[in-house]
Every structure is written in structure tokens, then in C-alpha cells.
Design a protein. Sequence first.
Length: 697
Amino acid sequence: MKSARFTHAMTSSTTTPETTQVRGACPHDCPDTCSLVTTVDNGVAVRVNGNPAHRHTDGALCTKVSRYAERSYHPERLLTPLKRSGPKGSGRFEPVGWDEALDDIAQRLKTIAARDPQAILPYSYAGTMGLVQGEAMAGRFFHRLGASLLDRTICASAGGEALVQTLGGKVGMKVEHFARAKLILIWGSNSIGSNLHFWRLAQQAKRDGARLVCIDPRRTETADKCHEHIALRPGTDAALALALMHQLIAHDWLDHDYIEKHTLGWEGLRERALQWPPERAAEVCGVPVQQIVDLARDYGTTKPAAIRLNYGMQRVRGGGNAVRAIACLPALVGAWRDPAGGVLLSASGHFPVNRAALQRPDLLAGRAPRTLNMSTVGDDLLRDASPTFGPRVEAVIVYNSNPVAVAPESGKVVQGFEREDLFTVVLEHFRTDTADVADYILPATTQLEHWDIHSSYGHTDVLLNRPAIAPVGQARTNTDIFRALAARMGFDDPCFADDDLTLCRTAFGDQVDFQRLLDVGFATLPLPDAPFAHGNFPTASGRCEFFSERLAARGQDGLPDHLPNFESIGSSSQFPLAMISPPARNFLNSSFVNVTSLRDIEGEPLLEIHADDAASRGIASGQMVRVFNLRGEYRCKANVSKRARPGVVNGLGIWWRKLGPSGTNVNEVTSQRLTDMGGGPVFYDCLVEVAPLHEDA
């Protein structure tokens, strides 16, 4: 792991050349938020393990993060700031000193801000889930500047908004109690690949007699291990949930006492659900009627019953409505009464994060900049100034994200970022697709090299991350970069002097025992085991709101309903196949794609296609194909597989574009349309055609 390219300093806690262990936290976008133990030998991180003292991690890590040291010491790691020396997108850069880079960036931003600071756009997401290296000092900088605000929608906004409108927040059952459930519906989640520690709990429940049902268009690795797989069509989850309600009503598998005391809008929901007999839902979902009938019986008569949702199923036009419908189910049967009953999509709303103290929106000082949706960045970078849009985007500062690879309709995203008049700065570890079109690339630290503090959306522990090693090369923390830019911009507000440990303390204030975080690395929130056994939902009414007054006030349907996809199966003869693009098992969005050992496992970009669909197109397994629609095309290798259901292809992602066979990836064909609520992207609401790629092409 050692290399002559790196100068390694000892960790602050190491005073002699010996092996030490440093506690930290996984920074990646996963519900598990694992506690890490990094073994450091003479200042070099030699191994990253799961912390056995943390009950949710229990000493185990996924394949990806177990390679974290390999990622930190990757031979292609950015070591110095780089300045573009050729045309946009040429990949030609030259090393530059930090002072020169920061001075020039600040001067460019000052010039733009003098015309209109809203012409400057921050672009970030979950490259780190840390509250400090994410939006703490960055938020302060952009608020003080008065830059455009970013609506960070690209992963979870539809489902998150749905939970807020139904349960009152991103809240749910405690994950550890799934181990005692007798029925677990794993809905829209490949838990083996994306929620490993939940899967261990589900396996424990299974050994104790629980029935596991996987609901997913794709026959995932998780589906293989469940008792039953319901392979519904993409975007039909709400129809299935409403049909389950129909059966619960028809057979009186209801907890009338819970409904009366702890829900709002029951009569309206009852009327809506009775419009969805199993036969209607079976036709919409493309599954047998008996599967729906049997699932409803199991859910209505098995106690305790638990639902583990994940975010894949909300990436369609009606994604918010689908999550709302599913989130209503536990209240109908009184599942919330038992700690091992209920639903969990996200636990992040349980955490008392003081975001205002971290990000300081008061620095806007009364200004109200426009908000741009990160999922429409392709269109927004190509827009001219107008009274409705505001100024043309003149500068983008990208950190913790790789929009050229991950944003939808990437042909337009590339076109926007390749504008010669767009000033782009990228804080990164590697030369990603987005870094390739930057004017400046600034080397950022990895999780092993900085302080941070983490909440979770899969459990209810706060985790502290200590730096295990000194920054590699000339890498600097996100916070340090934004502090330095603030100083050069003349921002002398005292908050820009806060160091990272101060920011860690600020995140939760006195709501969490910070000394415990320093001592053991994690602290558990004091929450009841069954938080909604007696109602007390964090809604305005204190009830589970089947009917949302807030949605109705916006002119939307206050009750959940099934909304067909924008691009539904059967609606286009030109593009007859629905495509979903779940993550490849060994990648996490676009992270880890360049880790050689993981890419070797993954092989190459693949499209899973059912044998019937492959045969009718003359496609054989292992053959190169083109996947296309009116938005664009990408090329990959076909895998004729039982993992794909008829009429649906699975484009496994997200590969860096430059590592794809034609310099594109799956997002070449996805659209910039948005979900019914939350303004989220509709990655899985996408029709395509697939054709063999002839050798002369």
C-alpha cells in the first residue's frame, strides 16, 4: 500500500512508530453508516475494518468500503491542484500552486458576483454523507456569497417528501427490531448489495421463522434469498399497495382502534382503496392475481409485520404517491404497536441536527436567491438569462458529486459543462468525468484524512469520524478550501474561523454526548422502541395522515394514488422496453468505479435482458448492444438473464462515461422529468429499444 508518491505523517494520536487503530465512520450514501476502525502503521493506513463494538456494524463491512485504503492510496489519486491548459473537455491540465489557484478562483467569482451572485451555482450531493465536509463551511460560503441555492433531489426527495406528508418526517421503526418480525416485505431494495447490515437482521428473522418477500422489478440477489419474489412492472408500486388495502378492507384485517385514534383521512383512503381490486392491480403491475391476494392475507394476519423500503421504487413519475401508499399500510393493521412492526425508509428525521448553526442561512441577510434543481442541471446550464429563470449560470463549484456521470439526460449535462464560457471548479479525489471538464481541479481529502460527524438514514446512532492519517499529497479538506476562498473573497464573518472539530460539536449541540463520541466513536439516540405505538406522529395532527392537507393546499391529491409512468410499458411502439438502472453491486453510484479490484469483479457495463426479449431481437448473451431512445444511446454488453423480467431491461450503473465502450453511460437515455412530489428524478421511468451492435459499428 505504500508508495513513493506519498508523504505520510503520523496521526495526531501517534507519538511513536507503531501500529494504532483509529475509529471513524463510513462516509458513503448507504443506510448502514458503518463504524470503521482503521489500522495505521507508521502513519500509513494499512487496513479498514468494521468496528465490532458498534452493534449495527458488528465488525462487518461491504466489499466496497473494505477496499477504502486502496481507494485512498490509489495511484490515480489527485495530489496537487490542476488548472485546465487546453480546450474544455480535452483532458489537458497542468499543476498549479494552491495560492495561485485559490486567488484566481476567488477573483473569477468576485467578477461574476459583482454582476449577479446567482450566476454562481454550487453542485453537491452525497459523495460524503458527513455533516461537516458536506454542507457546513460550504453552506456558509455560498450563503454569504448569495449564490443560487441547490435543490438536492437526485436520490431521495420524492420518498422523503412522501414520508413527511404521511408520517410527519423521515422517521420509522428502529432497524434492529426487524430481527423479531414474522413477515418482512423488502420493497424496492436489493439489501444484500445496498443495506448489508439490515440483511443480516432479516436473515436472523428468517432463521427464527419469518417469511421474507421481495418486491422488485428485478430478480436481485436479495430476491434469490427470499421466500417469494413479486416482479412488478416499474412504477406500479402504488397500485400494488392500494390492492393490498382493498383486501385488508374486504377481509376486515384492520385494526379499527388504531385507525380511529391515530390516523387522519380513513374514509377517503377506504374509498380510494376499494377502487383497486386485486384483478385491476394485477393487470397494471403485471403479476398474478393470486400473488396479490396471498400477500395481502399474509400482511393482514401475520404479526409483527415490517416493511423495509428503499429509494429505487420512488424514481418514477408517481414515486411520492407510491411511498405514501406503502407508508399508510402499517397504520391500517396496527403494526406500529409492536417494535418489530411498521415501516422504515429513512431514519434521518429522528436526528436533531442543527443545520442552521452549521450552514448559517442567516448569512443571506434577507436575500432570496433562486433555487435550481440538481436533477435538471443539463437544461439549466443551457438556459439563457430570462426574467423567469434569472441570470445565465456562469460558474459551477462541484464538490461531493460527479454530475456528468450521475445526472439524468447526460448528453445535455456534458453539453452544458463544455460551455467555454462556464467557469467550473471541482473538488475531487480523482479525475472523474466532471473533473475532465473543469477549469480547476482541487484535490480533496478522503474520509481517512479529516474530521466529520454523521447521522444515518438506516439506524439511529450518531458517529464521529477521526482523521486516521495526514492528508495525502497536497489534498485539503472541503472545509479548508471554502475557508480559504472566503478569506480571499473578503468574508470576515467570525463563523469562517470555526475549525472542523468545532463544527462537529456544533452539529448536534447538547443533544448528543460529544464526549462519548470522542471516547467510543458513536452514540445512540434515546428513542422509544415503538415510537408510534400510541400515535404521536410528528405531523401537525399527531396522526398518520392518509389525507394530507398540505398536498391538497398545493392543488395535489391529498390521498395517495397510482400515477402511471410518464413512459409506461405499451405506450410506445418505437421504444417498447422499460429500463431501470440499479447500481452495480460493487459500485456506489459513481464511487469506487475506478478501484481496480472492484472494477475487476464487476467486469464491464452490462444490460440484463430477458430471454424472450433477447430472442425477438436476435441478441445473444455476451454480445455488444446499443440501448437507445430519442434522448441518446449508450453501448454495453448484453447479459441474457433471469434477473430481468419480460419487457424490462436492467442497465447496471453507474459507470464513469469514459470507462464505457462508447464514452457514455446509462444516463444518456434517462430524462430530466421530475417526480410527483419532491422534485426528484425519474431514472426508472424510461423507455428504450435495444439492438445488436454489429462489428462494423
